[in-house]
Design a protein around this ligand. Sequence first.
Ligand code: ATP
Ligand code: MG
Length: 141
Amino acid sequence: MAVERTLSIIKPDAVAKNVIGQILARFEGAGLRVVAARMMQLSEAQAQAFYAVHKARPFFGDLVRFMISGPVMIQVLEGEGAIARNRELMGATDPKKADKGTIRADFADSIDANAVHGSDGEDTARNEISFFFSSLDVNGR
Ligand code: ATP
Ligand code: MG
């Protein structure tokens, strides 16, 4: 399997619960490396742009309001099959449906406050990484 990079966001609910370290440890434990990271509070315009693919969906307003409700921790994860591996670690969007032992099963409260974001494919990974990071900020080995 190819070495890939994917974008991961620890969302405001998980940052507020003080579990950044526990979530990063899940990535590291699964063989993914953090190769770029920044902590910030998104503006409304930034959250709308990041989730633009969902702008026609009924939950878009709630999603944007939630994503700007507090600081987020944003990282690029690198490793073998990183995009799918991160999605496996995250679990289903709705934590009630997430497999036992996944990040969302263990740390998320609802489909809105669902602890983490992860890119869902090669194109979104590339676009989402460049949304937050310059190539100079990404430290490959
Ligand atoms: P993310 O993109 O945040 O990693 P995801 O890829 O699992 O999550 P998407 O379908 O991309 O899920 O939806 C983006 C976000 O929008 C979800 O994380 C969730 O918070 C919210 N969302 C998705 N579907 C619904 C829904 N049916 N009702 C309410 N909120 C939803
Ligand atoms: Mg998504």
